[in-house]
Design a protein around this ligand. Structure first.
Ligand SMILES: Nc1ncnc2c1ncn2[C@@H]1O[C@H](COP(=O)(O)OP(=O)(O)O)[C@@H](O)[C@H]1O
Ligand SMILES: [Mg+2]
Length: 400
């Protein structure tokens, strides 16, 4: 089965418009700008923000739609990488199957490459919304973009399954990290998604008449990284307990009173992924020995430029030959949870490991606000993950 090209299921005018908007320049915003702007959510500011999104979101969405359209063909031109051109269709079929299990949108998206169709639907919704002139228009627009955000909720698990299907259909001799085109595409795709969701979420949250103390939309102006690390570690330990029956300790070092402005949900996600990796490594290493599992250590350092969070474990490290693979979306040394649950309905419960998404996605979140993630390993001993968060908050969003 070949995926339909967009032009076969969407009008020619719409496709032309997508291409026109996809060439326009994107405008990035910084954490600091979002915070300063959002600290005064007056009707006038909400109107300005709505007008900005009315122009900006279609540009960003059009870019992704174009890329989703051209990707299969680009990939099929690389016979050295892919066994057969229809290889990518396994990926698409994976997405399709997953959508059947997780959403009831099959009728909507059965005709072809429906992830791209979501982008085209959202583009059309945005472009058919008339100019925002007053508060009423802005309120209606906010409802619409809220619905767009929900429409795209399941993109990550769907892509994860798609990638899994892709991996299954691959010649085992192919080295994953050589599939550069796919990794770079996924990096751009997810980075852009983080940005779009941040902008929409931020705008929607600014309408909250009773925002929690010190919160400007998604941003917490006095976020304690130690506190977030504590919560994320507890969540990760719960999953470890559920899967292994026990969980190593996690000790956190740093001043709990130290705060800086950041998005707690982003930090929670990153620390959660890093701690899960450490717990798994330590747990698996100590399961066969009588030794008490050595605790995982988290150190929070408040520098002038960066806040750095180090997650250290004694889980045996990663062999040097494995290091180039760990930031790819196809690599995991855990069994894929989807292999174990033939019933796809259970696949979206949070699992310890297996999708290979933890590190690459966490690094994108770090980079989104100008930070980074590095992994240093001592094979035979353990791993240190350094999560750098830019403290100044004025680096522009990366715009793929
Ligand atoms: N702290 C760690 N100790 C040992 N191996 C690790 C550690 N962190 C990551 N890895 C390796 O990197 C791989 C990819 O990690 P990740 O992207 O989080 O995906 P997943 O956890 O789903 O496998 C893991 O499968 C594991 O082999
Ligand atoms: Mg992981």
């Amino acid at each position: 089965m070949a995926a339909k090209k967009a032009s076969e299921s969407f009008s020619k005018t719409l496709i032309e418009e997508v291409h026109k908007w996809g060439c326009m320049k994107q405008t990035g915003v910084s954490l600091r700008y979002m915070m300063e702007f959002g600290s005064k959510p007056t009707q006038r500011n909400l109107l300005i923000s709505g007008q900005f999104l009315h122009k900006e979101l279609p540009i960003r969405i059009a870019r992704r739609a174009i890329e989703l359209e051209s990707l299969p063909y680009g990939l099929s031109e690389k016979p050295a990488v892919l066994k057969v051109p229809s290889f990518f269709y396994a990926f698409l079929m994976g997405l399709l199957l997953f959508s059947v299990a997780h959403t009831n949108c099959l009728i909507f998206y059965a005709d072809g490459f429906f992830v791209r169709d979501w982008y085209l639907d959202s583009f059309r919704d945005l472009r058919s919304f008339p100019e925002i002139k007053d508060t009423n228009d802005e309120r209606e627009f906010t409802q619409m973009i809220k619905a767009i955000k929900v429409r795209h909720n399941n993109v990550v698990p769907m892509m994860a399954l798609g990638v899994q299907q892709l991996k299954k259909g691959m010649d085992p001799k192919i080295v994953y990290e050589d599939l550069d085109e796919i990794h770079q595409f996924l990096d751009r795709f997810y980075m852009s998604r983080i940005g779009i969701r941040m902008l929409i979420g931020q705008h929607v949250e600014l309408h909250n008449p009773n925002p929690p103390l010190h919160c400007v939309g998604y941003i917490h102006t006095k976020m304690s990284p130690v506190e977030v690390a504590q919560n994320a570690s507890e969540d990760a330990r719960c999953i470890c307990l559920r899967e292994y029956g026990s969980a190593p300790e996690v000790n956190i070092y740093g001043d709990p009173k130290f705060t800086f402005p950041y998005v707690p949900t982003h930090l929670h996600l990153m620390v959660f992924e890093l701690v899960k990796n450490s717990l798994r490594a330590v747990q698996e290493r100590s399961m066969d020995s009588d030794r008490v599992a050595p605790p995982i250590r988290i150190i929070v350092a408040d520098g002038i430029e960066d806040v750095t969070i180090k997650v250290s474990d004694e889980g045996g490290g990663i062999p040097r030959s494995g290091l180039p693979k760990i930031f790819t979306y196809l690599y995991s040394t855990a069994r894929n949870p989807l292999d174990e649950h033939s019933d796809l309905g259970t696949a979206d419960t949070v699992t310890m490991a297996g999708y290979g998404y933890g590190l690459p996605i966490s690094r994108l979140y770090a980079r989104y606000f100008g930070g980074d993630l590095q992994i240093i390993s001592m094979e035979g001993y353990g791993t240190d993950a350094y999560l750098h968060l830019s403290r100044l908050g004025d680096s522009q969003e990366p715009l793929p």
